[in-house]
Ligand binder design. Structure first.
Ligand code: PLP
Length: 401
């Protein structure tokens, strides 16, 4: 019998009865804005149109130019290669669909993509298949969540209009071999798009050193504002725009640029890069403590991904416990996490990422993604470790798998 829906809606009610301190374990979804980003955003919130041919326009444009230069410097790109977008999703769409249209006449209709891409890339590839005659070549991953070397070699042994592999997976945190993708793609002139949304601000990223053609990032993942994305795009081959309009941002992303968001994005990235080493150490130490605690409290816990993974990612599975029940029970105690499974029409399915890793349904439906960030403390981890055994026991009793 499926009992887990009884938890739905109860978490808020339970929380109301007690004063519960909220502890956030969903930094991969979004992370709190850095104070420096908030202050920078407020400082420039009054700026007007950076395209204006008058004093206020020139002032706004100067702020935008400075943000662009700072981001270029931090990510190993030229300022002209920095394109401000409205989200990581938008940057991914311009990268994947734009590169396809720019090169398919020469490179053919093939599009190489890993099976674990975020929906921003996955749906862009499917869109190209449905509307533009693209032939998708899906590169599988191994049980640990990393793209398979043989399949990668095979897929990239012929020219493609674009190859797209993410730098680190949003669910499992598994870091992918982008240098290998670039080396193989280069043999046949295949341009490479990399979705670095989860990696920028957490791992050192140098656009030119990576050798990719386009790269997507998103400010809200590294402490910048939500609704602010970045596309790094080489001059050649340059992607074609996916929306048309006033021709801002090299014509790649028409629309008046949000100067305050761009400046706040640069400020957040500067702090993330500057403090990367200490934040990495802090989060890694918490991660080790969390892993040890989970192992001790629930000995049959399954750790989903193999190394290398992002420093803040702990993806686990509890066979026989439904993710919805796990999340509701944790939420009722002020512990905020996510599942990584997709919910459509109220029915939770195992995520495409776990499916691609060959994980069986009864295991994958009990997935829990805990992602740590700079604002977490040892007390947060200990609170989760104290709660987990009872949460898993109750979720298993509720069943539903
Ligand atoms: N790509 C990855 C790997 C992500 O994790 C996300 C967001 O979760 C995106 C793309 C989309 O970014 P945004 O939320 O800025 O559209």
């Amino acid at each position: 019998m499926v009992l887990w829906p009884m938890f739905v809606g109860r978490a808020a009610e339970w929380r109301k009865r007690r004063v519960v301190r909220m502890v956030y374990f969903d930094h991969a979804a979004t992370t709190p804005m850095r104070q420096t980003a908030i202050e920078t955003w407020m400082k420039y919130a009054h700026e007007l149109n950076p395209g204006g041919q008058y004093a206020s326009g020139r002032r706004a444009n100067a702020v935008l130019a400075q943000a662009r230069e700072q981001i270029a410097e931090l990510l190993g790109a030229d300022p002209v290669e920095v394109v401000f977008t409205g989200s990581g999703t938008e940057a991914d769409n311009i990268g994947v669909r734009g590169l396809f249209h720019a090169t398919c006449a020469e490179q053919g209709q093939r599009v190489v993509a890993s099976t674990i891409e975020h929906s921003a890339v996955l749906e862009a590839v499917k869109y190209l298949e449905q509307h533009d005659g693209a032939q998708a070549v899906w590169v599988p991953v191994d049980r640990g969540g990393h793209v398979c070397e043989d399949a990668l070699v095979d897929a990239l042994s012929k020219p493609a209009a674009v190859a797209t592999v993410m730098l680190a997976n949003n669910e499992t945190g598994a870091i992918q071999p982008i240098d290998r993708v670039v080396a193989l793609a280069a043999e046949h002139g295949t341009p490479v798009h990399v979705d670095a949304v989860q990696a920028v601000g957490k791992l050192p990223v140098d656009f030119h050193e990576l050798g990719v053609t386009t790269l997507a990032a998103s400010a809200h993942k590294f402490g910048g504002p939500r609704g602010s994305g970045l596309l790094l795009a080489r001059r050649s081959p340059a992607p074609q725009p996916v929306i048309v309009g006033g021709g801002q941002e090299r014509g790649l992303r028409s629309g008046t640029v949000d100067v305050a968001a761009a400046a706040a994005t640069a400020a957040a990235l500067a702090e993330a890069v500057e403090q990367m080493e200490q934040e990495h150490e802090h989060v890694e130490a918490l991660r080790k403590r969390l892993i040890a605690g989970l192992r001790e409290q629930v000995p049959d816990v399954i750790f989903t991904a193999s190394e290398p993974v992002l420093p803040g990612h702990v993806h686990v599975m509890f066979e026989g416990a439904h993710a919805d029940a796990l999340l509701m029970l944790l939420d009722s105690q002020g512990l905020e996490a996510s599942a990584g499974s997709t919910c459509s029409s109220g029915v939770t399915r195992m995520s495409h990422v776990l499916e691609a890793m060959g994980i069986a349904q009864p295991v994958g439906l009990g997935a829990l993604r805990l992602t740590l960030g700079r604002t977490n403390s040892v007390h947060d981890v200990d609170a989760l470790v104290r709660a987990i055994a009872d949460v898993v026991r109750r979720a298993r009793v509720a069943g539903g798998v």
